[in-house]
Design a protein around this ligand. Structure first.
Ligand code: FPP
Length: 256
């Protein structure tokens, strides 16, 4: 008779064995949703859900590194999230700060390259300094690329890109005819990274919520009812397996 832990490990192993390592997505993006509902179900304050969500963040990063994923992007704080109660905003920022401080050594040890996507200059200096420090100290790593979207909005990202491109156009550094998809991609926060192949959203909502609008053009979308603090290795493997069962056509017709 297996103990609970062993059953979990056995189930994870069974799913892992079904994953085709040749067909792993290169880039997985996740909208981590449902922390508030997770806490409410337990009669806890919303912030308890965010704190519990950090355990899932750790497990998914660790699993991503383990299976050899190249890019993982987690949506931690949108530009719209400033409209939440100030106490929740400062708790979330505190969590991010704490995470970076505590996990930097683990990121370094596991060859993980850490980066922030978003308007980093809009964050408080204490958070910004720690994020920048982690970015610098992991910049030479060659394993998993771990992006955290913070103070991120996809429309703002496009505004930033258009401003940058327009500046170069006005300066005469580029010609109008040089503005193409590649140039726009290269002026996004995700420059030099492949677009996500798989978008996972937890807690059952079917929305993109202003996340990576340009980059998700051909992503496969996996929505699970599981709330983020409950989303673990097993669910991550289920999402990857589901992705591997999809036929990706990129607008083309695939002959039978
Ligand atoms: C959505 O749940 C979750 C967030 C807005 C924050 C997620 C952030 C973390 C787990 C911390 C991340 C930190 C790092 C370093 C990656 P919600 O509050 O919208 O939940 P609800 O829809 O149930 O109310």
């Amino acid at each position: 008779m297996f103990s609970k832990v062993n059953i979990k490990v056995q189930q994870e192993q069974e799913l892992f064995n079904q994953i085709d390592p040749q067909k792993l997505p290169k880039h997985i993006a996740i909208i981590m949703d449902g922390n508030g509902r997770w806490a409410k179900k337990r009669g806890l304050p919303r912030v308890a859900g965010h704190r519990a969500g950090i355990q899932s963040v750790r497990e998914i990063i660790e699993t991503s590194a383990e299976i050899g994923l190249n890019y993982l992007t987690l949506y931690a704080f949108s530009a719209e999230n400033w409209q939440r109660p100030p106490s929740e905003v400062s708790y979330l920022m505190g969590l991010v700060e704490e995470y970076v401080l505590k996990e930097l050594e683990t990121l370094k040890k596991n060859n993980i390259k850490f980066q922030v996507l978003g308007r980093i200059h809009g964050l408080a200096p204490s958070v910004r300094t720690k994020l920048e420090d982690a970015r610098q100290k992991t910049s030479q790593n060659t394993g998993l690329n771990f992006n955290v979207a913070l103070n991120y909005g996809a429309r703002l990202e496009l505004v930033d890109a258009f401003q940058e491109i327009s500046k170069r156009l006005l300066d005469g550094a580029i010609q109008l005819s040089e503005i193409n998809e590649e140039l726009i991609s290269q002026n996004l926060y995700t420059r030099d990274q492949p677009d996500p192949d798989l978008l996972i959203r937890t807690s059952g909502e079917f929305r993109i919520s202003n996340f990576l609008l340009w980059q998700l053009a051909y992503a496969e979308i996996f929505v699970t009812p599981v709330l983020w603090p409950d989303f673990k290795k097993l669910h991550f493997f289920q999402a990857i397996l589901d992705y591997q069962g999809r036929e990706r056509r990129f607008g083309k017709v695939i002959s039978p």
